[in-house]
Design a protein around this ligand. Sequence first.
Ligand code: AGP
Length: 603
Amino acid sequence: MCGIIGVASKKEQAIPMILQGLKTLEYRGYDSSGIAYFKENQIVITKTKGRISDLEQQINFKETSSLGIGHTRWATHGEANQVNAHPHQVGKITIVHNGIIENYQELKAKLQENGYSFLSSTDTEVACALLDFYYEKTNSVTQAIQAFIHEAKGSYAIGLLCQEEPDTLYAIKKDSPLIVAASNDTNFIASDIPAVLEYTSSYYVLEDEEYAILTKDHITFYDKGGKVLTKEEKHYDASLESPNKGSYPHYMIKEMMEQPDTIWKTMQPFLENGLASLAKLPDLTKYDRIDIVACGTAWHAGLVGKYFLEEYAAIPVDVCLASEYRYKRLFLSPKVLVIFISQSGETADTLAALKRVKEEACHTLGIINVKDSSIARVVDQVIYTKAGCEIAVASTKAFTAQVAILLLLALQAAYQKNLMEEKQVLAVIEEFKHLKDHLTPLLAKRSEYQKIAKELYKQEDIFYLGRGLDYDLMMEGALKLKEISYIPSVCYAAGELKHGTISLVQEETRVIASCTNPLLDPKTMSNLKETKARGAKIYLITNNVELTKDKDIDSVFLLDQTSEFLVPFLVIIPLQFLAYKIALLRQCDIDKPRNLAKAVTVE
Ligand code: AGP
């Protein structure tokens, strides 16, 4: 969701550097882009709707510059068009902005009274005018920034140029990610570290209501009152990165194929020395109850976690959507643990829910993929998933890594509470160590997935059904399909079907289901037969050979028989593949699906 890059360099290479940074940020999702740079003490702005390649066509590459800013915009206020694209310029101030200025209407009215008029429908142009208003009053950018921080409500990461300071780049931050980075010859601001990894891995994190002043030689940090801050220089561990697609046509398939390794990397520190390693995990048995808070795929991982924590460790768990949790009445105490799950560590709703919980007397644990991200910095304790950089908007390897941590937490808590014997726990650990042997053949069944995808890709809708753990996994499968193929995919608990939704089932309706629980499978099977009786075609994922013999099932993905702890990793692979293959047949933009952003940094 919106990307920012800013460059203050000793070299006249700012334009290609900004464009390269914007390309790296493309995965965040955007619908327009723009660039502003100093050329002979004048600010040149180029912006357009569409892709970075559209922007490049409008740029005069004969020009050079050493200082500038760039932006990819994911529309919030006002449609995606050239006027609304960033950078915005008002008076002497030019900015790029991520986030939402919540009181922009009020500020706009005040600025209009003071003679400002507006060309775009954006809150960003209002932010820019506010900064210009205070700049004109004080003749000082830093004083304008301090006044802005005082007055603007909402979230912002801002890169700023002032017409009268051609050697200076400003950065301002609140509730939207922004880092400052330094290489030998160039200083940067960026929405995330991969945008500048080509040049440097050393960076500083801007905290809320802080700002920074960058020139080609210096970086200085300030708090909102103008006090100079000393910041710790951080170094990004790029060893987990997979910055290109390699031989794969899309990041999504590459990331799916990485899962045997990423799951293992995530689990390994807690498994290598058996029970002693497992004991390094936080002790969940201290708590009466757990709330898991997350969005989208991370929320689905939370549902899988709930199943195992309740079934095996007998700890009651609520799994809450962060966008609901941040506003609902909370029942928290020191006996409640709140777990926040996030790949990006920047999701606005999850971060806001976390900030709310931090005001209460209870412990917070993060399961986060991106190191030093905002959520990772705020939680009391963090466990990092080792999925590496996930570029495709549709999350795959981050999901299985999140599930991996939750399974280990459940296993450890079950052991501590004597609900699983040592030999049972060791047997599961042993199975985890051989997970790859089950996953590799599943990942290789590409022609099978392709065959089914061909039967499904023209459907107007697809049903996903399951019970218990299977239902949780089906929800994730259905999300993957709608995200990247745009086929409406409805997921239901199989037992709920008769209470309304079965009215949608008709001749040629396609139903995908999974049955991996011997206690629940007969129930789900009879629900499936009810759809069959109304003309549905059934695609079943199961580890139960007996079910494959049922003549009502049209197609089967047979999984290996394993402990239930391995089931989520096995069921999800055919679901990810079906979504991918169907999207491919529908010629969708798989890594950058329409309207979606990788990190949802606005509410
Ligand atoms: C997953 O495929 C989605 N793109 C989306 O639901 C995502 O999981 C959600 O936005 C949460 O993101 P996070 O894990 O970075 O917090």
